[in-house]
Design a protein around this ligand. Structure first.
Ligand SMILES: Nc1ncnc2c1ncn2[C@@H]1O[C@H](COP(=O)(O)OP(=O)(O)OP(=O)(O)O)[C@@H](O)[C@H]1O
Ligand SMILES: [Mg+2]
Length: 523
């Protein structure tokens, strides 16, 4: 057998020359035609020479190596982990993700203002954790296998979200399947700063206020409690009126955020078994539907796109809506409520969902800028976890970057929604559709091409009644549109040929070497 690459070793016991091939398998015969390379592989193998009992061959001129485990400095790292970029509402949403992941049906949030002793708590009736599971859960980078549609990914959220807001994180849990014990673990930043060790404290319930664990007397579930709220409560004095008002403001912001981010879970539209209720200090939260589907909103397009990602092909479900203008809302209160936390202008654009949890609420992902005249356009993009890598999901699960080929696919679709949103916003101006005296434009002729080449896995277009003037276009934009469809054709061909990896490499190389050409074909 000829091995193109091998490393040369000498058996410690019999002194034989032996070789290892590229798969790391040892052989007694040396192939002299082979190219010798120096490779770094494990030496915990048995000598392949017959009769030799040496447990491990010794490599020629092997330098002495010693493995040293370097544990990160807890004190130093804790500081930077606190500054991952969470704010109060995004941190709380990460804790709620865990409750949903644990199958909770009811999530109760309690916020108590008491100056320096104020606290924040999220209690759920999910499956809970045993003592060992809870200890693992408190580890930065906790280890476990995830199911297909789970929200967790990094094994960090519980810890990083909590310490971004408080100095003392205490978790109490009672498992649904293993006994009735209430287990409590605490991560105390001040203690870690003193000891410079990654340690957590196991506490018995008799030694902690029942505010933490009394909910678990009758239920299985988990309670996450934040105390020493140094990041949430930066007021002097900590128990003054400004501090109190600030605390109330946080509760209001949280209410808006949760109603928006988890609206599909709150509304029950995912099915009864996935419906959850969330309350803040006893007040149940209603879902906030960004698309105001109970009003005269029009669904203008829906389709599924297959996208060639960095290391796979994933699907994006696209649903575009044009919301009604103010005068067509059922009430001015409904119109104001639909404005959303950031207001009408900033809430236009993409609503990106990962496994039904919203990770981006409005904004055009650098494809457009917000504009008063297009504020009625809102588009849902639904993604699964398989898109995480290609979209560069961050630890807080609050931002992603749309890959260029997905943007190219979305561009013509977005342009069409924008036109319809403008029409709905300016009904007077657009009431009479422009009469064209010209022969059909190239865009009209090329439209079927654009539609044909996209990988559509499902599609339904509604009969939006607003005026659409699809004939206003010029030659360069038409050419650009046709050339951008090339990317989709190539991607479809690559999927068919099973060469998506090769196409990805070609795309990366072209983007690097000739970005203008890449952008012209839609990459
Ligand atoms: N409320 C809860 N109920 C049951 N188990 C929980 C709960 N919160 C956390 N856990 C367990 O603790 C683990 C660690 O949680 P953590 O939020 O740190 O990471 P993750 O959810 O796995 O990933 P991510 O960093 O993406 O959030 C979870 O995977 C889960 O097993
Ligand atoms: Mg989590």
């Amino acid at each position: 057998m000829i091995f193109l690459f091998y490393d040369k070793y000498k058996c410690r016991n019999c002194g034989h020359d032996i070789a290892v091939n590229d798969d790391g398998v040892f052989h007694a015969e040396l192939n002299t035609e082979a190219t010798s390379t120096v490779r770094d592989i494990s030496l915990t193998v048995t000598c392949p020479v017959e009769g030799c009992v040496c447990p491990s061959p010794e490599k020629d001129n092997e330098p002495t190596r010693e493995l040293i485990e370097v544990i990160p400095s807890a004190r130093r790292l804790m500081g930077s982990l606190r500054d991952e970029g969470y704010n109060f509402v995004t941190a709380a949403a990460d804790i709620i993700d865990n409750s949903i992941q644990a199958g909770a049906k009811e999530i109760r949030i309690l916020m108590e203002f008491n100056g320096d002793h104020s606290w924040f708590q999220i209690a759920d009736d999910g499956k809970g954790m045993t003592g060992a599971e809870l200890t693992e859960a408190m580890r930065f980078g906790s280890e476990r296998e995830y199911e297909a549609n789970e929200l967790g990914k990094f094994g960090l959220g519980l810890k990083t979200a909590s310490i971004s807001q408080c100095r003392k994180l205490t978790v109490a849990s009672r498992s649904a399947t293993h006994g009735n014990e209430i287990e409590i673990r605490q991560l105390n930043i001040d203690r870690i700063m003193d000891s410079n060790r990654w340690e957590i404290i196991s506490i018995s319930k008799e030694d902690y206020s029942d505010i933490l664990w009394k909910y678990l007397i009758d239920h299985h579930g988990t309670i996450v409690m934040w105390e020493s709220l140094d990041r949430m409560m930066q007021y002097d004095p900590p128990d003054g009126m400004r501090a109190r008002k600030g605390f109330v403001r946080l509760a209001r912001d949280l209410e808006k955020h949760i109603r928006m981010i988890f609206h599909r879970f709150l509304s029950g539209e995912l099915g009864d078994d996935r419906k959850i209720s969330i309350s803040i200090n006893g007040t149940p939260l209603e879902p906030w539907d960004p698309f105001a589907r109970k009003e005269k909103t029009v669904k203008v397009a829906e389709k599924t796109i297959a996208v060639v990602g960095y290391d796979n092909v994933f699907k994006v479900h696209y649903t575009a809506y044009v919301l009604p203008p103010k005068e067509k809302f059922s009430s001015s209160a409904a119109f104001s409520d639909t404005a959303g936390p950031k207001g009408w202008n900033l809430q236009q654009g993409f609503y990106i969902y990962r496994e039904n949890r919203m990770i981006q609420s409005g904004g055009w992902c650098r494809m457009r800028v917000p504009d008063e005249h297009t504020k009625l356009a809102r588009i849902a993009l639904d993604l699964g976890k398989d898109a995480d890598f290609s979209l560069g999901l961050n630890i807080m699960k609050t931002s992603i970057t749309l890959p260029p080929n997905l943007k190219a696919d979305l561009e013509p679709m977005v342009a069409s929604v924008i036109k319809q949103a403008r029409g709905a916003y300016e009904p007077e101006k657009n009431r009479t559709p422009p009469v064209s005296t010209n022969p059909p434009t190239i865009q009209q002729q090329s439209e079927p091409i654009g539609r044909d080449i996209r990988i559509e896995l499902g599609r339904s277009e509604s009969s939006f009644t607003g005026p659409v003037s699809s004939m206003e276009t010029d030659q360069p934009r038409v050419t650009e549109k046709i050339s951008k469809s090339l990317a989709s054709s190539l991607e479809r061909a690559a999927v068919k040929a099973g060469e998506t990896d090769a196409l990805r490499r070609i795309r990366m190389a072209l983007i690097k070497d000739d970005p203008i050409a890449a952008s012209k074909i839609g990459w």
